[in-house]
Ligand binder design. Structure first.
Ligand code: SF4
Ligand code: SF4
Length: 399
């Protein structure tokens, strides 16, 4: 820290690289930003939102909502159709994703309007690199997840019930004004798995439409087609995290098969939504370069060569604390394999200051966006989304 604040010879870029590395070492923890917004809200409560009551979840029934996409079965049992698990729950039972409980034959979501994460982030943290770049977004995350990833960076909230996390109370109708008063261009559902609180996602996104605030989702894509298409009515963009290149590695990493995620990606593209992909390269688990090249080929042919792929450096976390960080050389080799497979925008994430974090024109190779971590240093794409030098269209939303 002393070095960061007192070295007057340090250039702005060097400072940002060091700062970004520090943030990455902290695991890009949501808790850091969470504390910041808490502090900001405490000092600057611009309106009487119930946001400074960040206390224990005292009454779990307070924000309960009857869920969508389920059916009632005999004997007060129900079946949920949100994700491919299609759980059948007995009366009184709480589901695998920890957010839904069958009370007397009616299925309720207990995470409604109670985010445990509420913070302002750079949109690049999504990571969205081609979508309203260099703007701020209001990030929301609620407890629970329908996957069990062994490397989860946010397991303290994703592997918990809403009653076990400390939550804000954020009514749907307050979210657009909360975003705009914090100078946020958009709202992002992230950090845990938005699929398990899909009703809140939909309602917030619907409310944001009339304020012209776009909403986006960062998800692992384990969702059934019907609720996903419903989301697409109100959600503008998606980041989907792909865990592995084949089914057996997928099951090993997150406990579920790969094919539903591939189906999700095709649906998002068929709905013409903006899509970026993340792949955390985990040493010895999913780092086979040939397989990553094969995945990139599939992305290129099935989704399009212009879909950005973020190859992210793994940091030891949760049940994978025994593994080392991904060597940068391994990431560079994976990036080359993905580029050789035809993808035009392949990024290296969590390696601040690496040129692989920049955007280059696929037409003339010119540097278009220079980034350090989540910070944009220079951006040359014009507002019509073209390279100013050769006029090649750069996919995304650049205004
Ligand atoms: S969302 Fe939860 S309850 Fe519904 S099918 Fe998936 S894991 Fe089961
Ligand atoms: S899907 Fe995301 S939030 Fe859920 S366990 Fe995996 S990494 Fe964690």
């Amino acid at each position: 820290m002393t070095e960061l604040t007192h070295n007057t010879e340090m250039s702005r870029r060097e400072f940002l690289v060091k700062l970004a590395k520090l943030i990455v070492i902290l695991g890009a923890s949501p808790l850091v930003g969470e504390l910041l917004i808490q502090d900001a809200l405490a000092r600057k409560s611009r309106r009487p939102l119930n946001l400074n009551t960040r206390s224990s979840f005292i009454d779990p029934s307070f924000n309960r909502i009857e869920v969508w996409h389920y059916t009632k079965l005999s004997g007060r049992r129900i079946q949920c159709f949100i994700c491919p698990l299609n759980c059948i729950l007995e009366d009184g039972e709480t589901c695998f994703c920890r957010t839904r409980t069958n009370y007397g034959g009616t299925l309720y979501n207990e995470a409604y309007q109670n985010p445990c994460i509420l913070q302002v982030d750079p949109i690049e943290k999504g990571p969205f690199y081609h979508y309203h770049p260099a703007t701020k977004t209001l990030s929301l995350g609620l407890a629970g997840c329908n996957l069990r990833c062994i490397f989860c960076q946010n397991w303290q909230i994703s592997q918990k019930k809403p009653a076990e996390t400390r939550n804000f109370s954020v009514p749907v109708e307050d979210t657009p004004s909360l975003a705009s008063t914090r100078d946020c261009r958009s709202i992002t559902f992230t950090y845990t798995e938005p699929v398990v609180y899909s009703e809140y996602v939909y309602k917030v996104a619907e409310a944001a439409v009339s304020f012209n605030i776009p909403c986006q989702v960062a998800t692992s894509g384990f969702i059934n087609e019907r609720p996903l298409r419903e989301w697409c009515r109100v959600i503008n963009a998606f980041v989907v995290s792909i865990k592995a290149c084949n089914d057996s590695a997928y099951k090993r990493i997150c406990g579920q098969p790969m094919s539903p995620i591939l189906d999700t990606l095709k649906v998002i593209r068929s709905e013409n939504k903006w899509l970026e992909l993340v792949y955390v390269v985990i040493p010895t688990i999913n780092d086979n370069i040939k397989e990553i090249g094969g995945l990139a080929k599939w992305i290129s042919s099935e989704l399009g060569s212009e879909v950005p792929l973020h190859l992210a450096r793994f940091f030891p976390a949760y049940k994978l604390r025994n593994l080392p960080r991904t060597p940068v050389k391994q990431l560079e080799d994976a990036r080359k394999a993905a580029q050789d497979a035809g993808l035009k925008f392949v990024y290296l994430d969590n390696v601040p200051g690496h040129p692989g974090g920049n955007t280059y024109c696929p037409g003339c190779g010119d540097l278009l966006v220079e980034r350090v971590g989540f910070k944009t240093l220079r951006m040359k794409v014009d507002s019509t989304g073209r390279c100013p030098k050769c006029q090649t269209p750069i996919p995304g939303l650049w205004s």
